[in-house]
Design a protein around this ligand. Structure first.
Ligand SMILES: [Cu+2]
Length: 459
């Protein structure tokens, strides 16, 4: 039952008028305007929308099994809400304006409080007009710590982002709804950085072991990443541990909203280059995060790490006999759509474009009255996403993790966001064990805002 403040106070009239501890002690997360130096020195600073004044927002760390509480205080001039990406969360706390809550108006607040069943690397970001709000800076890392952490010397969060700035003014290019970018690959920045810095660097000792928590918080950019002077293993994807750590031998691909936990040993000699590189648009490798090697932690590297402890209740069972739901990914530049449903009407491609809609999921552009699917609690479901467009899409399911299922029936690692390449088919399988209304959408945020957002109901 939801109590109004008036009813609550009336009920307490006979007892001392203390506010409940929970309300009094709830930590704040303030969405507010700030000015931050994103561009290199000599260029103007950038007015941003931030959590607590920084880009990215504060790293929130909490223990697995604990409860996270934050009062979102909105001091922006626009309504907003917070999505806690990848958390198997109580639906009412999922932060999706228009589906799980009303957006929080300027000057008001909203209390988020939820349990944290899983350890891992997650993130939080705005889920009201995300295309603009995330681009302007409303995101931060959310780290849920294992009771027994892995044997590493340090734990570093690397939040990878890009920004589209006007070099002369430092302002964000104020063109978030540009049809050209939304109907193509989405908004790609002209400056790439880590933890709010275009020149992020850290120092480490030779043979020191680091856990690197990579988070792609960019609007649309898919990062190809490479280690240099580091020997690494992938130990978790989208927060969820791999059964066996995988040696990093090749380019790592990190799509928007995806996370990747690496355990790396600094194998470069003192004075050599070490760090994380990314594939730039001109096909050259550029430094994303530099590691300067100073001193030595041990005489030899440690060898392959142990797997991280599994999270509870993650089995995806009964996949082969589960119903398959077809979800073609449709539309976009050079393909278009014959027609799709939008706001309860069937529209032609021309009409959709006039409404700013360029994409559809299974014939539906944007949220329909009815969900894409209604699943019973505990049911295993398969969704077959066939990419009929010429662009890749990072498809994210809220509230539950899934496994990809290959044609031979084998299952991939647990994820909450999967990259579906053009002309490819990706099938996801999951147990619908979390009640409520859950979005399934593209995390290229311009795509999500122009049609690629649907939802499922677990009842
Ligand atoms: Cu997309």
């Amino acid at each position: 039952m939801k109590m109004t403040r008036r009813a609550f106070c009336a009920g307490l009239a006979a007892v001392p008028l203390a506010r409940p501890t929970q309300a009094q002690d709830m930590a704040l997360l303030t969405a507010r305007a700030a000015t931050v130096q994103l561009a290199p020195d000599g260029y103007p600073a950038t007015p941003v929308w931030s959590y607590d004044g920084t880009i990215p927002g504060p790293v929130i760390r909490a223990a697995q099994g604990s409860r996270l509480q934050r009062r979102l205080v909105n001091t922006l001039e626009v309504p907003t809400s917070v999505h806690w990406h990848g958390i198997r969360i109580d639906n009412a706390m999922d932060g999706v304006a228009g589906l799980t809550q009303n957006a929080v108006p300027p000057g008001e607040s909203f209390d988020y409080a939820f349990d944290l069943p899983d350890a891992g690397t997650y993130w939080y970001h705005a889920h009201t007009n995300s295309m603009e709000q995330v681009a302007r800076g409303l995101s931060g890392a959310l780290i849920i710590e294992e009771a027994t952490p892995p044997d590493v010397d340090r734990d570093e969060v690397l939040m990878i982002d890009d920004w589209l700035l006007e070099p002369d003014t430092g302002l964000f290019v104020d063109d978030f709804a540009a049809p050209m970018t939304r109907s193509h690959g989405g908004q790609i920045g002209n400056l790439v950085g880590v933890n709010g810095r275009y020149d992020y660097s850290l120092s480490a000792r030779q043979n020191e072991r680091l856990r690197l928590r990579l988070i792609n918080s960019a609007n649309a950019q898919i990062f190809g990443l490479k280690l240099e002077g580091l020997t690494g293993w992938t130990v978790a994807l989208d927060g969820m541990p791999l059964d066996t750590p995988e040696p990093v031998t090749d380019t790592l691909v990190l799509a928007p909203a995806q996370r990747m936990d690496l355990i790396v040993d600094i194998t470069a000699e003192e004075g050599e280059t070490a760090g994380l590189l990314f594939a730039a648009a001109d096909d050259t490798w550029r430094v994303l995060a530099e590691v300067s090697v100073e001193g030595r932690a041990a005489s030899v590297p440690r060898g392959a790490p142990q797997p991280l402890p599994r999270n509870p209740r993650m089995e995806v069972v009964g996949v082969d006999t589960a119903p398959v739901l077809e979800m073609p990914l449709q539309g976009g530049a050079m393909r278009g759509l014959e027609s799709a449903a939008f706001n309860g009407q069937k529209l032609t491609w021309q009409e959709l474009v006039q409404q700013g809609q360029f994409w559809a999921l299974a014939g539906q552009a944007g949220l329909g009255e009815a969900p894409f699917a209604t699943l019973s609690r505990g049911e295993t479901a398969r969704i077959r996403m066939t990419n009929d467009t010429i662009f890749p899409h990072a498809m994210h399911l809220h509230g539950m993790h899934f496994r990809t299922r290959k044609e031979d029936g084998s299952l991939g690692p647990l994820r909450d966001t999967v990259l579906v390449m053009p002309n490819e088919m990706t099938e996801i399988a999951f147990v619908a064990d979390n009640l409520g209304k859950w979005l399934l959408h593209c995390h290229m945020l311009g795509h999500a805002a122009s049609g690629m957002t649907n939802w499922i109901m677990v009842a």
